[in-house]
Design a protein around this ligand. Sequence first.
Ligand SMILES: Cc1cc2nc3c(=O)[nH]c(=O)nc-3n(C[C@H](O)[C@H](O)[C@H](O)COP(=O)(O)OP(=O)(O)OC[C@H]3O[C@@H](n4cnc5c(N)ncnc54)[C@H](O)[C@@H]3O)c2cc1C
Length: 366
Amino acid sequence: MKIAIVGAGIVGLSTAWAMIRQGHEVIVFDQGPIPNPRSASFDQHRMIRPHYGNQTGYTRMVGEAHDAWHRLWDDLGANHFAETGVLAVDFGDSIWMKATQQALEETGTAFETVDRQGIEAYAPALATQSGTWALHAAKAGVLFADRIVTDLASWLARNGASLRPKSIVSNLDADAGQFTLGNGERVAVDEVVVSVGAWVSRLLPALADRVTPVRSVVGYVAPPDALQALWADGPALFLMTPSAHLYCLPPVSGSELKFGGAPLLHPGDPDRPVTVDAEELRQIGHAISPYLKDPNGHRMIKGAGAYYADPDDKRFIIERYGRATVVTGCGGRMFKFGALVGQRVCDHLCNTLSIERLSAWARAVA
Ligand SMILES: Cc1cc2nc3c(=O)[nH]c(=O)nc-3n(C[C@H](O)[C@H](O)[C@H](O)COP(=O)(O)OP(=O)(O)OC[C@H]3O[C@@H](n4cnc5c(N)ncnc54)[C@H](O)[C@@H]3O)c2cc1C
């Protein structure tokens, strides 16, 4: 089978990896370089955690996601995961936290309920309050995203995939399996996978009212010297505060401490490059400062960010249009499922998984 993959983020590259392993002819197109530093999949790290509120299906899926990453590490000959654990901390009597605890119990996911004293031990940099509690999952942590997509692209090139950077795709005729490149070349294939992240409605306008391109930024942080080792040895943090969720990724394996969260999310135009100015960095610091013991000692040093396609119901979308399989609605949490989704899309293209079952699986409603 000749398959074109449009979009070389984690979804497209993982699908290409799975299809090459099955012996198919794979061509990967991206409008920018491969991997593309402007994609949502390119940053120092992304969190993998089983904490998903009442979306129990995604909690269950995280176990499968770990297995898929292990298969990828075997092929890459490198492990790009640090099992730091993830501590989700409740600062505001959150319904989401209670639902998460129930989902962890229902799915048999190993976790520990942590009281205020325990939080101090796991995360000494946090300023807790009376009543603050947490859920700790040990099998969770940090995926080194930029290393993963870089190694995946090299693996694909070595294993026979054709990589076509700087090839913007337009005029998709999904029924015919054809599209046009920026240089005017018309491409015809047996199957097309559309994995273009926040740009999806440019190729499939019908999806515009179901997904919103969202600009998401993060801030890299220099912690006080006295806390550097404590952050590095600690878990990744997911903070449910009364106003918004926030997160902190620890500085492990050569990566830097990073803060992000809901206050830094806004609808936007994915063609506009993300530059994070001093005011945005200040906002990131301001959002997290009430939850740190030494907020002034944490210095925001630089920002980063990208756009993702946010689905209206917060569930992934995998659908078929003619010869095209579209993976979208990845939102701010698809990276962790990237390798697994690639394998499932491959199962579908190889006729071992129907589109109905694949779509339902992606929505994780069961
Ligand atoms: C700041 C931030 C923090 C996040 N944190 C987490 C986290 O902690 N955990 C987690 O699991 N997820 C997280 N996510 C979400 C996750 O990164 C995304 O869901 C995931 O990377 C999306 O991957 P993708 O392959 O669908 O899209 P992308 O990585 O955006 O790739 C799409 C690619 O398609 C290309 N493209 C677009 N249009 C065309 C075209 N017409 N022709 C050719 N190429 C085209 C683009 O250039 C791009 O390279 C975060 C996202 C952001 C932005």
